[in-house]
Design a protein around this ligand. Structure first.
Ligand SMILES: NC(=O)c1ccc[n+]([C@@H]2O[C@H](COP(=O)([O-])OP(=O)(O)OC[C@H]3O[C@@H](n4cnc5c(N)ncnc54)[C@H](OP(=O)(O)O)[C@@H]3O)[C@@H](O)[C@H]2O)c1
Length: 282
């Protein structure tokens, strides 16, 4: 039996080269430069970017921001009415016509995600980036007491569906000139913390997935994989996690958009395998 592993078929990636593998994690920009990126007008012109969880919180603001910088935004989320509202907001400021992709990541099948890939290919013809932003908090409780069904739900939405969607959309992303995949982590994804259970584990898995994708593809494609850790941000999820906190003490999603735009724009070409904390403690 062969002990070789299946390698991605380099013929199917753009910018295939014969360079030996180099350090896969690489960043021509410092994390501070990413956080403080001053985005040129229209820096996302010509790009099509899919945002998951685009109806609320950070995802909603990221979708609006990408549209303001010239992208065609594909709005994926589970609540159609929220997506419609974001759609209308984009139209109201004259952004490129977005598309709504209602999908509940909890129950979504791989076949549905492949259908989505076919639909984007047919209707739009390109995909340059995904912001994997959708997520749920789950329970804040000791692992010993964690409800196993709730555990599976968190892992499916925050991690497994993220993997499935990435894999299903790879054929389009590999055809992009400079594709960018941005995953969303959290401080407890980088450093696991007691009582954060499935949420912390799902975010650790997301960081690991970004690292593995980077290692497997960095020398055969321009496609780049990175994680963002937004840090404490004024959203519904944060309010559920910290009910006693004054929300006004937190940054808003709008305050942290520079990093989100940077990692999607061509300014971050060559930034690979990073976990960029947008609000580092020090
Ligand atoms: N806010 C923070 O302080 C903070 C800190 C660290 C990391 N993060 C991460 O940042 C990301 C965004 O968080 P947020 O604070 O903006 O949370 P949020 O306000 O709760 O928004 C989460 C979004 O994900 C969508 N979503 C949830 N379950 C879904 C499902 N099954 N299928 C499709 N979409 C689903 C929600 O859709 P509906 O609106 O339809 O429910 C919503 O649009 C998450 O990955 C979170 O873990 C946030």
């Amino acid at each position: 039996m062969s002990d070789s592993i299946n390698q991605p078929d380099s013929q199917h990636y753009k910018n295939n080269n014969d360079q030996p593998a180099v350090q896969s994690a690489n960043s021509p920009l410092t994390h501070e430069q990413i956080r403080e990126f001053v985005a040129p007008d229209n820096c996302l012109d010509g790009k099509t970017i899919l945002v998951t969880g685009a109806g609320d919180g950070i995802g909603r603001v990221a979708a609006l921001t990408y549209a303001r910088y010239g992208a065609t935004v594909l709005l994926l989320g589970r609540t159609s009415s929220k997506l419609e509202y974001v759609y209308d907001e984009i139209e109201s400021f004259g952004g490129k016509q977005p598309a709504m992709l209602p999908m509940n990541l909890e129950g979504a099948t791989y076949a549905e995600m492949q259908q989505l890939e076919g639909l984007i290919d047919k209707e739009i013809g390109q995909l340059d980036g995904i912001l994997h932003n959708a997520g749920i908090l789950g329970q804040l409780t000791p692992l010993e007491m964690y409800d196993v069904d709730a555990f599976s739900q968190v892992m499916k939405i925050n991690f497994t569906a993220t993997f499935m969607l990435t894999q299903a959309l790879l054929p389009l992303l590999k055809d992009a000139k400079n594709g960018s995949i941005v995953f969303t982590s959290s401080s407890v994804g980088t450093h696991p913390r007691a009582f954060w259970g499935a949420y912390a584990l799902s975010k650790q898995a997301v960081e690991g997935m970004s690292d593995i994708f980077t290692q497997e593809t960095h020398n055969i494609t321009n496609l780049r994989f990175n994680c963002i850790n937004p840090g404490g941000t004024r959203t519904n999820m944060r309010a559920h996690a910290y009910p006693g906190e004054n929300p006004m003490s937190l940054k808003t999603p709008e305050d942290i958009m520079a990093g989100y735009v940077c990692l999607m724009s061509d300014a971050s070409i060559g930034v690979r395998g990073q976990v960029v904390a947008l609000q580092p403690k020090d």
